[in-house]
Design a protein around this ligand. Structure first.
Ligand SMILES: Cc1cc2nc3c(=O)[nH]c(=O)nc-3n(C[C@H](O)[C@H](O)[C@H](O)COP(=O)(O)O)c2cc1C
Length: 201
């Protein structure tokens, strides 16, 4: 069952947003800012800034959760404090950006994504292949995602402005739909139909 919202910031829902792009002029970061703007009345969005300082995942460094590397401890704490996680990511070489996959690998043992509502947007030139792979990873680590909480935004650079506005009407509609579904899942409104984890091969 989804946990009741923590509602610690001004009675708003706590969201940790992760951009899969560490680029300064990232469209995915612009998209996160646009979503923060659209949800300012209900979400308190913290943008995770530690993606590129996480060490390369190594199971040998992950044997003892008490003594995990400090950057990993920080990441896990931020995930635990969040009512939901918003991931906006590009696709690189028809795959998930390595920095983002590295971050997720650090959460497998600590299960920080287990039962956590996650909204996933892959915003890239195409994005379809990375999206499918990332969705599979998030579902296998037990994230709570409905069909309405995931979206591919292709040709993102023509749809989101540098000022953090979604300029394409259809994308704006889809993003609003995603925000609505994300909010409902976090607040326990309605009866969500979660996507199933991919079957093990
Ligand atoms: C090394 C590299 C590889 C890329 N490979 C893909 C790809 O396979 N599929 C795709 O849709 N876009 C690909 N792109 C384009 C990015 O997804 C696109 O530029 C996106 O806007 C980058 O996200 P950002 O603006 O948030 O940094 C690639 C970009 C780079 C730099």
């Amino acid at each position: 069952m989804t946990q009741p919202p923590l509602l610690t910031h001004n009675n708003k829902i706590n969201i940790l947003a992760i951009s899969g792009s560490t680029r300064a002029q990232s469209s995915n970061l612009d998209l996160i800012k646009a979503i923060a703007d659209l949800t300012a009345d209900r979400f308190s969005i913290t943008i995770f800034e530690g993606l590129s300082v996480l060490p390369h995942f190594n199971p040998d460094l992950d044997l003892d959760t008490e003594n995990a590397p400090p950057a990993v401890v920080n990441f896990r704490q931020q995930l635990q404090a969040a009512d939901g996680v918003l991931i906006c990511t590009p696709e690189y070489a028809v795959g998930v950006p390595g920095t983002l996959k590295n971050a997720l690998d650090w959460t497998v043992s600590s299960m920080d994504f287990s039962q956590k509502p996650v909204a996933l947007i892959t915003a890239a030139t195409s994005g379809i292949t990375a999206h499918k792979a990332l969705l599979g990873t998030l579902l296998i680590i037990e994230s709570k995602i409905t069909d309405e909480m995931q979206l591919v935004v292709s040709s993102v650079k023509t749809k989101v402005s540098k000022a953090g506005k979604i300029t394409d009407p259809d994308t704006l509609f889809q993003v609003n739909k995603l925000i609505h579904a994300f909010t409902d899942v976090i607040t326990g409104n309605g009866v969500p139909v979660y996507l199933p984890a991919p079957s093990a091969r």
